[in-house]
Ligand binder design. Structure first.
Ligand code: ZN
Length: 149
């Protein structure tokens, strides 16, 4: 059953993560850590007029954490801060509750990660990038741990 978790899209994003680079000039950035699995992620944001103009990440971790971060950066470019925070809430719902149809529409490709819900220990791997994103958006430069949020 674990194989179902590693669908081809996830494998692909893990092998060749999108937007995987540092952005030293980014004013918004945050670091996240998932002690349960050892995943570490750094998210960089460049905001302009309340909009995510550029987003990138670096880090090390399991396939789920890297793929989730990669897919997140693709989903969020060009979104407003409000839209990004709404997606954060919706994505969190996807992995922890039964998802209303509307949420599935909003999430698009991110629905691929819904299977993670059946592997409770992996939910934090999938949400780490998003918790880190939220910290970066809210300009909290401190470190994020999935154990504290
Ligand atoms: Zn992990």
């Amino acid at each position: 059953m674990l194989n179902e978790l590693y669908q081809s899209v996830i494998i692909d994003h893990n092998k060749s993560p999108r937007n995987y680079h540092e952005m030293p000039e980014a004013k918004n950035h945050a670091e996240g850590y998932n002690p349960l699995c050892g995943d570490k992620i750094h998210v960089y944001l460049s905001l302009e007029n309340n909009m995510i103009e550029k987003i990138s990440f670096t880090g090390q971790g399991c396939a789920i954490s890297m793929a989730s971060a990669s897919m997140m950066t693709e989903a969020l470019r060009g979104k407003t801060i409000e839209e990004a925070l709404l997606l954060f809430e919706t994505f969190h719902q996807l992995l922890t509750e039964n998802t209303p149809e509307m949420a599935e529409k909003l999430l698009g490709k991110l629905n691929i990660l819904a299977n993670v819900k059946h592997f409770p220990t992996r939910v934090k791997c999938a949400t780490l990038a998003w918790h880190t994103l939220r910290a970066a958006l809210l300009q909290d430069k401190g470190k994020v741990s999935t154990e504290e949020v």
